[in-house]
Design a protein around this ligand. Sequence first.
Ligand SMILES: Nc1ncnc2c1ncn2[C@@H]1O[C@H](COP(=O)(O)OP(=O)(O)O)[C@@H](O)[C@H]1O
Ligand SMILES: [Mg+2]
Length: 270
Amino acid sequence: MADRPYNRGTMTKTLTPAAKVLANPAAAMITLEDVELTLPSAAGPVHILRGLDLTIDRGETVSVVGPSGSGKSSMMMIIAGLERATVGVVTIGGTRFDGLDEDSLARFRRDSVGIVFQDFHLVPTMTALENVAIPLEFAGRNDAFDRAAACLESVGLGHRLTHYPGQLSGCEQQRTALARAFAAGPDLLLADEPTGNLDGETGQQIIDLLFGLQAEHGTTLLLITHDPQLADRCARKVKLLDGLIVDHGVAPAPAAASAAASAAAQAALP
Ligand SMILES: Nc1ncnc2c1ncn2[C@@H]1O[C@H](COP(=O)(O)OP(=O)(O)O)[C@@H](O)[C@H]1O
Ligand SMILES: [Mg+2]
């Protein structure tokens, strides 16, 4: 593996290995307090998120629904620490984001959050194996490539390790993105319309894999979707409208939540 066909210097800043950032294992997974996001535009400031309050506990599966433009992706970017709230407090696993500088925030993401996007977001110049392994290497894992290969095998891509994204189908690309998202054992999985670029059948495969991995790892899941059936597979549904949460949904009782997780795991079995 000495001469891999990529140049690390052009990718992301190398981060030193860090302990898990999550400060308080007993804390809620996600807490938003009066979160606002205002961005500048040629026509003046745009108030994208207008005061969100939300608490999501560990292990919950929560769908986020709402019309296009209601702020779903913006909320996810703030929860991922990819966008800073203009106003309000974001706390993930007991860690307040406003106390973290950019490097600490990047370490937090790397160690604790998996993200899956509609358009896969794979690095086109890296093989499937490298796409999954390189973030693990940055995290200081010396088994990065073995772990990445095992993760790709677990999503049925053991025979595609050396393929580049351009040589993979959409479904295979999203499987690679799922393997990457779960590889570091994140506490939180964020998915933004993960089946939006796939047809019904391959989308279903991705969703079964997603819920199977979620149940296996006990990961907290926040899933943005337009698909009502998909939203119903989550135990709770949050609705956004015009930058506000208009329905927080109901968190199920612990017994119901564990039954829902078992059902999801069963559904994911071949
Ligand atoms: N960088 C930006 N600058 C200005 N407005 C933006 C920016 N990003 C998103 N928006 C606007 O914010 C609103 C919410 O967008 P988004 O979070 O993508 O909604 P959704 O994911 O629900 O479709 C939309 O009106 C969108 O046009
Ligand atoms: Mg969106």
